[in-house]
Write a protein that binds this ligand. Structure first.
Ligand code: URA
Length: 290
């Protein structure tokens, strides 16, 4: 049975599977239904938004719902890129699997093309934004408009070039009038992003803005609370070809489009990026360090 899982559930299932692996359990099987028995819905211990606010982000990100064996079976279903060690090849396979995607409504709401992601597939640093805008939709590349120019400057200030990092978005198609992506659009699209992350295996992911942060972490909190700390991020439902890579460190900063509207916050964003640089052992170029 094919079912769309929420990001929370995917994340939680990923955690549960890792837990089983640590116990030495690697194989799962589908339990046959008992003839005549009523199918029961999976009992999911959903965390209410108000409870989430009380929890530490680390815990909220890995909260484990009660799951059925069937869901576990679905989550570990094989993907074409599994076992492919070369990230360039593996990313191509994910792109092919995505195809001319019609999985959500955005394909018929004026998108020109899918914006898959761009950059170095072997990078230690990934930036994840919200959704393509008009320029990105036109050019097929994330962050190529005004916000992209600012992101390029932020990357340069860190002593890197755009080509050295990998840039993607939570969703790969432009929403009409640049509206905020809908929850179901994120849920439909994010498995592909999770697979990209598992292939790239970055040390650090920077979530750009509240939409990216909340979608990746499944936490509903203010930017003030989300920024300034590290999260252990595991791409739920996706398997890396490197058994030694299990998670990336994730930091949250302001979206470049927000910084264009409120440049006073650039100082704060720079603090976030400096923490990332420290983590990666990066030194700013002489000019930015002044
Ligand atoms: N804003 C985003 O979040 N992503 C882009 O690719 C461009 C603008």
């Amino acid at each position: 049975m094919s079912r769309t899982l929420s990001p929370e559930l995917r994340r939680a299932l990923g955690e549960r599977i890792r837990y089983y692996r640590e116990l030495g359990i690697h194989d799962f099987y589908r339990r046959e239904p008992i003839p005549g028995a009523q199918a029961e819905p999976a009992p999911v211990a959903f965390i209410q938004p108000e409870q989430r606010e009380e929890m530490s982000p680390r815990k909220a990100a890995v909260a484990v719902p009660v799951v059925s064996e069937e869901s576990i079976f679905e989550v570990i279903a094989s993907k074409p890129e599994y076992g492919v060690a070369d990230p360039v090849k593996a990313l191509k396979m994910i792109r092919e699997d995505l195809g001319d995607c019609t999985r959500c409504r955005l394909h018929k709401q004026g998108r020109k093309q899918i914006v898959f992601g761009v950059g170095n597939p072997k990078t230690e640093l990934m930036f994840i934004g919200e959704a393509p805008g008009a320029d990105e939709d036109q050019q097929g590349e994330p962050f190529v408009g005004r916000a992209g120019q600012l992101l390029n400057n932020m990357i340069k200030a860190m002593g890197l070039e755009r080509e050295q990092v990998y840039i993607a978005n939570i969703i790969k198609c432009r929403p009409p009038n640049n509206r905020t992506p809908e929850r179901d659009e994120c849920e439909t699209c994010s498995p592909f992003l999770m697979r990209q992350i598992a292939v790239i295996r970055p040390k650090v992911i920077v979530a750009l803005g509240a939409v990216a942060a909340k979608s990746l972490l499944a936490i509903n909190d203010s930017m003030a609370n989300l920024r300034g700390r590290w999260y252990d991020f595991r791409p739920a439902g996706a398997r890396s070809s490197d058994p030694n890579w299990t998670s990336a460190k994730l930091a949250v900063t302001y979206h470049p489009a927000f910084l264009l509207r409120d440049p006073r916050q650039k100082k704060e964003a720079w603090k976030d990026l400096q923490r990332v640089m420290k983590e990666l052992g990066l030194k700013p170029p002489a000019k930015a360090a002044e």
